[in-house]
Write a protein that binds this ligand. Structure first.
Ligand code: CUA
Length: 330
């Protein structure tokens, strides 16, 4: 009874471990993209081989214990050599060859495709992602990559500062971004949906909040989205929104951020032309609603300590107008 109680935490731990493997928003075992499916197949192959080896070793171990208790076994030299030759050399050689061969085939399958339906440029910054569509002038956003479903999309990777890693576990294995050395990967989603991505290389204080979202949508929806984000910010504004725009342009915001269609052309922080349509503020640090946006503008350091945006001296009576304006940027 006492022994079975002692095994309980071990069993619970193993079950929790298995549960963690399945179906989270970043589960590699819930693959929805071509590259991730290839890697998932390789993972399951290695998992089942490990299970077989484990069962085999435990069976032999149990057998040895059982025999030892009953009798002293004399093993002849020839039997021992054959035993080691088969279990210690031949079988491992077969297993390693199969895994190596399958690994090479997987690498070949997920290599960059020669033809891609679209190209997206992703630049890693501490701690956010700049996203550009070079074939569509003006199409710039942040922390959000849209792709047409079922089509191969080339992703060009660059870093503006330190090393980062682009990883969308449900779509594709990780690919590093190096300062001064462009890299490339690609995405192909098997279904329409939203997939969470994450910087997968430690890059400083807010590495954890360097998240992004990949949105796979139908070709028509993707084209409409691309046209939408390529357009400049709306010019028709209410009186309050105009006051907010003046706060934005005359204050420090415009020194670091761009809003296309205005004279704000800073390049230190993300382009804000479609800020209001994004899924989060601070690359996953908080939801993108009016309350969090206001908190972010006034003092983003309380939401994402260490990020590059200093607290802003916006007067309390000007903040609602500024937020009114920021919320027109979609
Ligand atoms: Cu960028 Cu970790």
């Amino acid at each position: 009874m006492r022994r079975s109680l002692r095994t309980l935490p071990v069993l619970a731990g193993a079950l929790a471990g298995l549960a963690a493997c399945s179906n989270g928003p970043q589960s590699t075992l819930d693959a929805s993209g071509f590259g991730a499916r290839q890697v998932e197949g390789l993972w399951w192959l290695m998992f089942w081989i490990s299970v077989c080896v484990f069962v085999e070793v435990m069976t032999l171990f149990g057998w040895a214990l059982w025999r030892r208790r009953r009798e002293t076994v004399r093993v002849r030299g020839g039997d021992a050599t054959r035993f080691v030759g088969i279990l210690g050399v031949a079988i491992p050689l077969v297993i390693l060859s199969v895994v190596y061969g399958t690994g090479l085939m997987t690498l070949d399958a997920i290599a960059n495709p020669s033809r891609a339906a679209a190209t997206v440029e992703v630049v890693g910054h501490q701690w956010w992602w700049e996203v550009r569509y070079p074939d569509r002038p003006g199409a710039v956003t942040a922390n959000e990559v849209h792709i047409p479903v079922g089509e191969a999309v080339r992703v060009r990777l660059r870093s503006a500062d330190v090393q980062h890693s682009f990883w969308v576990p449900q779509l594709m294995p990780k690919t590093d971004l190096y300062p001064g050395k462009p890299n490339e990967t690609w995405l192909k989603a098997a279904r329409v949906g939203t997939f969470r991505g994450q910087c997968a290389e430690y890059c400083g204080d807010q590495h954890a909040y360097m998240a992004l979202q990949v949105v796979a949508q139908s070709r028509a929806d993707f084209d409409a989205w691309l046209a939408d984000i390529a357009a400049p910010a709306p010019a028709r504004l209410t009186a309050a929104q105009q006051r907010g725009r003046a706060v934005f342009l005359n204050g420090s915001c415009a020194a670091c951020h761009t809003v296309r269609g205005t004279r704000a052309d800073g390049t230190v922080g993300p382009d804000l032309t479609n800020l209001a349509s994004r899924w989060s503020v601070g690359a996953g640090a908080a939801p993108n609603d009016r309350g969090h946006l206001g908190g972010w503008v006034v003092n983003s350091q309380t939401i994402k300590p260490g990020n590059r945006m200093p607290p802003q001296p916006v007067a309390a009576q000007e903040l609602p107008d500024l937020l009114d304006y920021l919320q027109t940027l979609r």
